[in-house]
Design a protein around this ligand. Structure first.
Ligand code: 5GP
Ligand code: MN
Length: 320
């Protein structure tokens, strides 16, 4: 962490990057670090592959976030990659990690490949935003009210509103301190979790109707197809909050969410009770955390589902 602080003080201008399909932690961490750097008189630009999804557009400064290589300020000296296991998670922005600029890596994914120098990876942190909060606290970076809201957003979303198994005293203490510093805790949770467009709620109904339970109640899955999106007048972003639905079925060890995508199927793996599904996700070329991982399969939804259900069943068998 000391090396990260020194890196941030050694350069004048930064581009801050987060992973593809940016979530609350990728967005909150990147905007939060940009604010901390600007308070130090540095130039900081945020680029997120694909841009900021509508759900997070209520946050300030999201209209300043770039989405592609063309948006890069050519004067940029240094790169910071946040919340990303490897440069490939940067998708179209991966060329920025080609080594032509100094690059720092801050993350909490256990499978982070430790690319960049310095690389700071702490898998015991509930969110990358927590690491940036601790960086500010321990190395004298300023957290104003806006930065507090950004970092709070990362913590509240990566802990699933403080429900996931990564919820701990360390994250809650940071959340409390960020709230004291001006984070709008109620507004953030209301916007992310309790505000839906009519089409998104209709889609939720349609997705819930696809619920299947397998393996004597130990595996549950739901899915969304392009056709369902059309019928509900919804966009694929409207399904972003549905990855954990199947895990909420009582007694389930593994909950799955299948989404039809361009060129195949995106699978979200979620588990309960300390079952690790990371290994199953990585068998399909994905990764993530022990109880929350993802993968993209180059197969149509029904084929992807069949393959994943077999792999999950084998994995659960291997545990008994
Ligand atoms: P989600 O299912 O919400 O997309 O992702 C759950 C977790 O797995 C997140 O921490 C996310 O960053 C990670 N993840 C999702 N898809 C991939 C993937 O294709 N590769 C890797 N390495 N991690 C992923
Ligand atoms: Mn994260």
């Amino acid at each position: 962490m000391r090396e990260i602080a020194a890196f941030l003080r050694a350069h004048r201008s930064f581009v801050i990057l987060g992973h593809v399909d940016p979530d609350g932690d990728a967005i909150g961490s990147a905007l939060g670090l940009a604010g901390m750097l600007r308070a130090e008189g540095r130039v900081a630009q945020v680029l997120l592959p694909g841009g900021v999804p509508d759900t997070y557009r209520f946050l300030p400064r999201t209209d300043e976030v770039g989405a592609s290589l063309e948006d890069l300020d050519p004067e940029t000296e240094a790169v910071v990659v946040l919340d990303s296991t490897s440069p490939s998670r940067l998708a179209s922005l991966e060329p920025l990690a080609d080594g032509s600029r100094p690059l720092a890596n801050v993350d909490h994914h256990p499978d982070n490949s430790r690319f960049g120098a310095p690389a700071f990876v702490d898998p015991t942190a509930c969110a990358t935003a927590l690491l940036l909060y601790e960086l500010a606290r321990d190395h004298d970076f300023t957290i104003d009210a806006e930065v507090a809201s950004f970092l709070y957003t990362g913590i509240v979303t990566d802990t699933g509103r403080f429900t996931f198994s990564n919820t701990d005293a360390r994250g809650l203490a940071a959340a409390a301190e960020l709230t004291r510093l001006g984070a709008e805790a109620s507004r953030i949770a209301t916007r992310v979790y309790a505000t839906h467009s009519p089409s998104s709620l209709r889609l939720l109904g349609a997705v819930l109707a696809t619920l299947e339970v397998h393996e004597q109640g130990r595996v549950a899955c739901v899915q969304v197809t392009n056709r369902m999106l059309e019928e509900c007048g919804a966009t694929s972003e409207d399904a972003d909050g549905f990855s954990g639905l199947a895990r909420s079925v009582e007694g389930v060890s593994v909950g799955l969410f299948f989404r039809e995508t361009e060129g195949g199927t995106k699978v979200s793996f979620r588990s309960n009770g300390g079952v690790s599904i990371h290994g199953v996700a990585s068998r399909f070329g994905g990764g993530g955390h022990s109880s929350a991982s993802g993968a993209r399969l180059p197969f149509p939804l029904e084929e992807a589902k069949a393959r994943v259900l077999v792999a999950v069943a084998e994995h659960l068998e291997s545990l008994v």
